[in-house]
Design a protein around this ligand. Sequence first.
Ligand code: CP
Length: 315
Amino acid sequence: MAWTRKDLLAMRDLEPGEILTLVDTAASLEEIASRDIKKVPALRGKTIVNLFYEPSTRTRTSFEIAGKWLSADVINFTASASSTTKGETFVDTAKNIEAMSPDVVVVRHSASGAAELLARELDCSIVNAGDGAHEHPTQALLDLLTIREKKRHFEGLQVAIVGDITHSRVARSNIHAMRKLGVTVTVAGPPTLIPPFIGELGVKVAYRLEEAIRDVDVIMMLRLQHERMAAGLIPSVREYSRYWGLSLDKLQKHARPDVLIMHPGPVNRGVELSPEVADSHYSVILDQVSKGVAVRMAVLFLLAGSRSSEGQVRA
Ligand code: CP
């Protein structure tokens, strides 16, 4: 399916064919990572700005590597070292960045809707690299690429997403994407960390870890997002870990032997995931990170590489 969008804001917006175009393009770009010279000229002369208002290890680094491997010029903006600290607004900052003629702005912000706001205000392409508890579309894409490589298909797969569902943009993007591709999704966690209307997204809900992980093909464990959490949602981290932490013992007792363990990172070892599970043969956590570069190359290529110098999107 031809890519015609100016921006990548949310998995909720995309047709199944568009999701598969992104995943297929990423799969075709993966081999660049194994070359001696990791450089192709696809985005030569293009400029990408990483506009990050929240901390990031994986997303920001992989967007930078992706842009550089495609020969684009990549500029990293860090809010804490910018004139934001002198009172400049988010939109004013973005408009000033746009006045320097970037082709793509990759934005991460604590406010849900921040990427959509910039997409309305700016003419250049906007990529949502995580907006509050709303969406993180490129994380869902790299999760899909990882799952397809291991399981070969999407239709009919069963996935459990476990942990702090309420504050997770990763859960929301994956739920939208997976449901469109025929995957059955169960979310699980303490009732205080499951949004009351989550069933409207077409997912099942489980309130016991053992029930959630039985017979599924993939278990995606999530971090407690203390930075977005009001006080009192869990009695203590120790108790959370006891009931919702995935140990090797629980995994081997209740899950399938061919289950994949995924985590978007950062992992809090010993809280949601024991170190034995994180480092086990079940875990594809570092595969997810590697595939993040291919996915971000695909996104940058489809957004910036398919637009002509007149700003028209090629059919
Ligand atoms: N998965 C993810 O978004 O990680 P970072 O916060 O390190 O970018």
